[in-house]
Unconditional design. Structure first.
Length: 355
């Protein structure tokens, strides 16, 4: 459906750029907190005190990103839960020991020290509480990683769905083109026997139609006036074979010059009208009315009904309405009304598109 000439692929998908910004801002806030909050005993923030205050955030960062870039992908995504659990226990234990050693290497803060028994209790409580914090950080890393993975998978699914829909539309359009061509060639063939000059003119008109079908209609949207010009030219080519007892009326009005529409939607209805609306011996009629109306384009095609024997019909026109309905579902979901049916000896189709 779409022709792709130049594709510029960003170095980093938008959602990844947003995620990177969130990471940077979050850690910047965390590392900047010591500049805004100081204890009563510590009115001035020194280099040593700042280093002491950022060691816990750095340890959180280690646990977070080891999980984010390594453990979640290697163990959790491969359903090796026990390896993921053991790896996190070892990681958190190693980080806590490293933090404890670093804190002891720095000069101690200026405050009174509790008795040894109380200090031991506080140390055990410190390790226990911090272990809970590290587990929460690991869980946050898992949640963010899995959310990002789900977002990527969903984006890929949407891209695949879009590609599938475009491929299906292209296939539907490829079914339409030969059908249109066969009908028109049959008309020109009938002219060759009794009017070679008119047949030559019809071939010239056909070349214009084919140019539109092969080139301009390859775009997802085309100007409405061009698509309606195609419809008018097609109707005039089909008029060539009509007997005198067939009444053909057309009222095809254009909207504004900037109105865009998906190409070749009305042609299937018009083809069916000419195929099933004309009798070689009985009075027949085809009425075609296409006009804009309040932000919509409305097409009403009615004809006398002389259905062809499906067992003898080799033109393939039976796919026309099914083809059109599927294209409408893909191109104008919830933005179209398509009805058709027989009332007595009259067959009418109505197609409304919301522009």
């Amino acid at each position: 459906m779409n022709t792709i000439d130049n594709i510029s692929i960003p170095s980093r998908p938008p959602f990844k750029r947003v995620g990177l910004i969130i990471h940077v801002v979050a850690w910047a806030i965390l590392f900047g907190l010591p500049f805004f909050f100081t204890g009563k005993e510590q009115q001035e923030l020194t280099v040593v005190n700042y280093i002491r205050s950022i060691i816990p955030p750095l340890s959180f960062m280690v646990v977070f990103y080891v999980n984010y870039f390594l453990l979640v992908k290697r163990f959790l995504f491969t359903r090796q839960m026990w390896k993921f659990f053991i790896s996190n226990v070892l990681l958190i234990a190693a980080v806590m020991i490293a933090v404890h050693i670093l804190m002891h290497l720095l000069p101690p803060p200026l405050m009174s020290h509790p008795p040894r028994e109380r200090a031991l209790q506080e140390m055990v409580g410190f390790f226990f509480i911090n272990a809970i914090f590290y587990m929460l950080v690991a869980g946050l890393s898992v949640a963010i990683k899995m959310t990002g993975g789900w977002y990527e998978i969903e984006s890929m699914r949407q891209e695949l769905e879009k590609s599938r829909a475009e491929a299906e539309l292209q296939n539907l359009k490829s079914q339409l083109n030969p059908h249109f061509l066969f009908n028109t060639l049959n008309n020109i063939y009938s002219l060759i026997a009794f009017s070679p000059e008119r047949a030559q003119g019809a071939v010239h008109d056909l070349s214009r139609l084919l140019r539109y079908v092969l080139y301009e209609s390859s775009q997802p949207l085309v100007p409405l006036e061009k698509d309606l010009d195609f419809v008018r030219n097609y109707v005039e080519l089909m008029r060539i074979r009509l007997p005198e007892h067939v009444e053909l009326k057309t009222d095809i009005r254009e909207g504004t010059t900037d109105t865009l529409v998906a190409p070749l939607l009305f042609i299937s209805l018009i083809e069916n009208a000419f195929k099933h609306g004309v009798s070689n011996s009985k009075p027949s009629f085809i009425h075609i009315d296409i006009h804009p109306k309040e932000g919509r384009i409305v097409g009403i095609i009615c004809n006398s009904y002389f259905p062809k024997d499906s067992t003898k019909d080799k033109s393939g026109s039976g796919i026309g309405l099914q083809n059109l309905r599927r294209r409408l579902d893909l191109l104008y979901p919830a933005r179209h009304v398509f009805t058709y049916g027989q009332e007595g000896e009259i067959y009418c189709c109505t197609l409304e598109l919301q522009l």
